[in-house]
Design a protein around this ligand. Structure first.
Ligand code: KIV
Length: 290
């Protein structure tokens, strides 16, 4: 595999990196991620909700793809993640698995699919592994989700935890406020992080927390932290793909960097197509059967 100048597959001295350069003929595993933390190697995660987009990110050496329940607002047209169902997550996750060869695919357990009991969490996580073929699941909550995480891990299901701003609790939060501000909230975030690690999670997403607190959590945990709006000192960073690629309409959160402007590119292409159809210049002879 050739490493382009922008490829994360090699370190500056040319040796392969643990995740991007070391794994070529199989999927990334949670053991690779543990090794990356030991080597101090940072990695990127993107969301994906369909086979084609996931394939692009896989070819771009993104080692972990998240079939987030952000599919609710970023793919399925809901206002929040709350309405997303297990059946929808299974369908989207299966597509992402089919579209990829190397990335570890992590699927979200949607709202209402794990809070009832650890047994409910196990039932639904098993569906994502058996029916969609994902390699790991993610669920929201720290101390409150520890028993569910423990049961899944005992059953052989790798679990990524998610603490800080947990979007499934949007109605309880009254929006999407930054979490972990103030002494008591910061201590709770640290307790949550330690509880999910203790329960066996292989990584933890820290969403919308002050950078200094995220750095502290990252230093105190043996498992990788995956930041989104949590500053630069996390072990990994995740962005929602429609935000990072400039597909999202309107405002995006402060923590988003837009690496492309796909909404403008696609809109311009659609307008040009419609204009050419209107003018009778498409299809041209080269697009026409004789
Ligand atoms: O659903 C999602 O996309 C997520 C990320 C924001 C981490 O949970």
């Amino acid at each position: 595999m050739n490493a382009s100048p922008l490829s994360p597959a090699q370190t500056q001295d040319g040796t392969p990196t643990v995740l991007y350069g070391g794994v070529t003929n199989r999927r990334v595993t949670v053991r690779d991620l543990a090794k990356a933390k030991q080597h101090g190697e940072r990695w990127a995660m993107l969301t994906a909700y369909d086979a084609l987009t996931a394939g692009v990110f896989d070819e771009a050496d993104i080692p972990v793809l998240l079939v987030g329940d952000s599919a609710g607002n970023c793919h399925l047209g809901y206002e929040t993640t709350v309405p997303v169902t297990m059946d929808q997550m299974v369908m989207l996750s299966a597509a992402v698995v089919r579209g990829t060869k190397r990335a570890l695919i992590v699927a979200d357990l949607p709202f209402g699919s794990y809070q009832e009991s650890p047994a409910q969490a196990l039932h639904n996580a098993a569906r994502l592994l058996k029916e969609a073929g994902v390699g790991a699941v993610k669920l929201e909550g720290g101390e409150r989700s520890a028993r569910a995480i423990e049961l899944l891990v005992e059953a052989g299901i790798p679990v990524m935890a998610h603490i800080g701003l947990t979007p499934q609790s949007v109605h309880a939060f009254g929006g999407y406020p930054v979490q972990g501000r103030g002494d008591e909230a910061a201590h709770q975030l640290l307790r949550d992080a330690k509880a999910v690690q203790q329960a066996g999670a292989f990584a933890v997403v820290l969403e919308a927390v002050p950078a200094e607190l995220a750095a502290q959590v990252t230093e105190q945990l043996a498992i990788p932290t995956v930041g989104i709006g949590a500053g630069v000192n996390c072990d990994a960073q995740v962005l929602v793909w429609t935000d990072f690629a400039g597909m999202t309409a309107g405002r995006v959160p402060k923590f988003v960097k837009q690496y492309a402007n796909l909404r403008a590119v696609l809109g311009d292409a659609a307008r040009e197509f419609a204009a050419e159809v209107g003018a009778g210049t498409f299809p041209a002879p080269e697009h026409t059967f004789k």
